[in-house]
Design a protein around this ligand. Structure first.
Ligand SMILES: C[S@@+](CC[C@H](N)C(=O)[O-])C[C@H]1O[C@@H](n2cnc3c(N)ncnc32)[C@H](O)[C@@H]1O
Length: 230
């Protein structure tokens, strides 16, 4: 009897702990890169948004905190804005930027209960936000939409909008392993090169296994100080 009560108590504690945390634990999300099955790194999801299946993983990577301010550039239907809103809370803000008015209108209708999500119509060559206004600039499947000639300038603009300790996160199709729609994509190497040119430093990038998309996270180069100071 005592053993059963102890077991029940342990189960209850597990449920309470899991319920208190908005993300699953790192062990749940971790995947080995060791090739045990030839196709393990290829696409396993279906539909047009396979990377969305990894939203828990992405949100854990972003490590958002209450009060954070995020610009979700090319927010679309607000999939990410909605999820990020839970982490930044009512004291935070998710600027859901879009170039299409109908998408802005739809998000406004959809997020009446989430006042921290602020959909707005943005220009194509910038966010329209003030300097030092965000902790994170987030572009999921939007970077390849930016004017090819203006991408480095766009990333320079984001360095101004994002605070000194803030980050840039880009999700795009991993062209090296995807055979479809190569034009709706940007090679990881090209993104890193352009980001470095604009003054960002990559601190993490990896394939999101099973989605043929990568996530890349950058911080401001200024954080590291001039070469001579090291
Ligand atoms: C493929 S959808 C991605 C939607 C969502 N972010 C996701 O990850 O599923 C790209 C979105 O970017 C928007 N977009 C294109 N160019 C943009 C720009 N210069 N600034 C902001 N949004 C842009 C499009 O209207 C579209 O909604």
């Amino acid at each position: 009897m005592r053993r059963i009560s102890l077991l029940l108590m342990a189960i209850l504690m597990l449920i309470v702990t899991a319920g208190g945390s908005p993300v699953t634990t790192s062990t749940d999300l971790w995947q080995s890169t060791r090739v045990t099955e030839p196709k393990q790194h290829q696409l396993t999801g279906t539909g047009g948004y396979p990377y969305r299946a990894k939203s828990d993983y992405v949100l854990r990577e972003l490590d958002l905190r209450p009060g954070d301010v995020v610009v979700d550039i090319g927010a679309g239907d607000g999939f990410w804005a909605e999820r990020m809103a839970k982490f930044v809370g009512k004291e935070g803000t998710i600027y859901a930027s879009e170039v299409e008015q109908k998408k802005v209108d739809r998000m406004k209708e959809k997020f009446t209960d989430l006042p921290q999500v602020r959909p707005y119509l943005c220009p194509t060559d910038g966010t329209g936000l003030q300097e030092n206004s965000c902790e994170l600039a987030f572009l999921s499947k939007t970077y390849h939409h930016l004017d090819a000639e203006g991408r480095v300038d766009y990333l320079r603009h984001l360095r101004k909008v994002v605070r000194a300790t803030g980050r840039l996160c880009v999700i795009e199709k991993y062209t090296n392993i995807s055979t479809q729609h190569q034009s709706h994509a940007i090679a990881l190497s090209q993104l890193v090169k352009q980001a470095e040119e604009a003054g960002w430093i990559a601190v993490r990038y990896e394939l999101m296994t099973g989605t043929y998309h990568y996530i890349a996270i950058f911080v401001q180069k200024d954080l590291f100080g001039p070469e001579s100071a090291r």
